[in-house]
Design a protein around this ligand. Structure first.
Ligand SMILES: Nc1nc2c(c(=O)[nH]1)N[C@H]1C(S)=C(S)[C@@H](COP(=O)(O)O)O[C@H]1N2
Ligand SMILES: [Mo]
Length: 315
């Protein structure tokens, strides 16, 4: 089946057609083979769903958004390879439904959430956030989601819950990059509890009006706009309240380069490059760079969380 390209707006062309074709191929295989033929035969069709949401103007930037094509084809998601184009090529292997998230540790009401539970009680908000990568590039993405704090409060964290740890799915069949020891799998990230409860921290379930593409962390991921992109853990399966500071994947793999806090800080250089300027993906020439802002431009909202801390030491 061929979809005339005139029916697809240019920004939608990436992956969309590929996913449609995969979906149709998956259906045909499923119809032809009994379920006993194995997981491939029952692979669900990944449908892009439009989401209902309202714009949260208070927390959105007015900067021009990065194109859908750039935001979904230039990614970091090492579970699908370390090249920026690998996730868009490989992430069709991920099955984002059905999905559930275990919530446990220092809380009164531990439990397990299905994606449906997660979405139902929450009016979804669109928030246009900058995502800044430690490698000195940035994007502006219209995320759709709900405040992380609202989700966490439902599980009644105890007074011993000083941190929250997030874990990505571990399944090398779906995530071929996990066959290589690039990081200690599964991917783990963490926030201090007050950071996690900050109203800017978002659980994203979509972008550009639709459910998240797999390469962006389907079916749910974090977005912590004042921190480097690596804090924004993708395809989360576990949320764990803990008294101890989590050992996060990047801090574990290169502790001198990536700290627990990972606040965007133009005043503190990365050991291998300057952090003073950044390249906005898709805009201007490859060489044009703009100044990097403290806390990725969200200092007014979040600087108070770090009052009294030496940010060169707690990087
Ligand atoms: N599980 C997992 N989450 C991850 C990563 C990863 O490799 N694995 N990469 C991080 C990094 S370094 C960045 S910059 C952002 C990129 O998000 P995007 O692809 O949606 O722009 O995802 C973060 N979350
Ligand atoms: Mo990153």
């Amino acid at each position: 089946m061929k979809i005339p390209s005139s029916q697809i707006t240019p920004e939608r062309m990436y992956l969309r057609r590929r996913e449609l074709m995969l979906g149709i191929a998956g259906l045909a295989a499923g119809a032809a083979m009994p379920a006993a033929a194995g997981p491939a035969a029952v692979m669900p069709v990944r449908l892009i769903e439009r989401l209902a949401y309202s714009r949260n103007a208070r927390y959105s930037t007015t900067e021009t958004a990065t194109s859908f094509a750039d935001a979904t084809s230039y990614n970091n998601f090492y579970e699908f390879g370390t090249g920026k184009g690998d996730p868009a090529e490989q992430a069709h292997r991920l099955r984002p439904r059905p999905w559930s998230v275990a919530v446990d540790g220092e809380c009164e009401a531990p439990g397990r959430l299905t994606l449906e539970d997660l979405l139902k009680p929450h009016p979804l908000e669109e928030r246009i956030y900058r995502l800044r990568c430690v490698e000195a590039w940035s994007m502006v993405i219209p995320w759709i989601g709900f405040p992380l704090g609202e989700l966490l409060r439902r599980f009644q964290p105890t007074s011993r819950a000083k941190y929250v740890e997030f874990t990505t799915l571990l399944d090398p069949r779906q995530m071929p990059g996990q066959r290589y020891p690039v990081l200690d799998w599964p991917y783990v990230e963490g926030l201090r509890i007050d950071e996690a409860m900050h109203p800017l921290a978002l659980i994203a379930v979509g972008l550009y009006g639709e459910t998240l593409p797999n390469q962006n962390g389907a079916p749910l991921r974090l977005v912590v706009p004042w921190k480097y992109g690596f804090k924004s853990c993708k395809s989360i399966v576990r949320i764990h309240f803990t008294e101890r500071q989590p050992l996060t994947s990047w801090a574990r793999s290169a502790p001198r380069e990536y700290g627990f806090y990972a606040n965007v800080n133009p005043a503190v250089d990365h050991p291998r490059w300057s952090q003073k300027r950044e390249r906005r993906i898709g805009s201007g020439s490859l060489l044009s760079r703009q100044p990097t802002l403290p806390f990725n431009g969200y200092a007014t909202e979040v600087a108070a969380l770090y009052r009294g801390m030496d940010l060169a030491r707690f990087f």
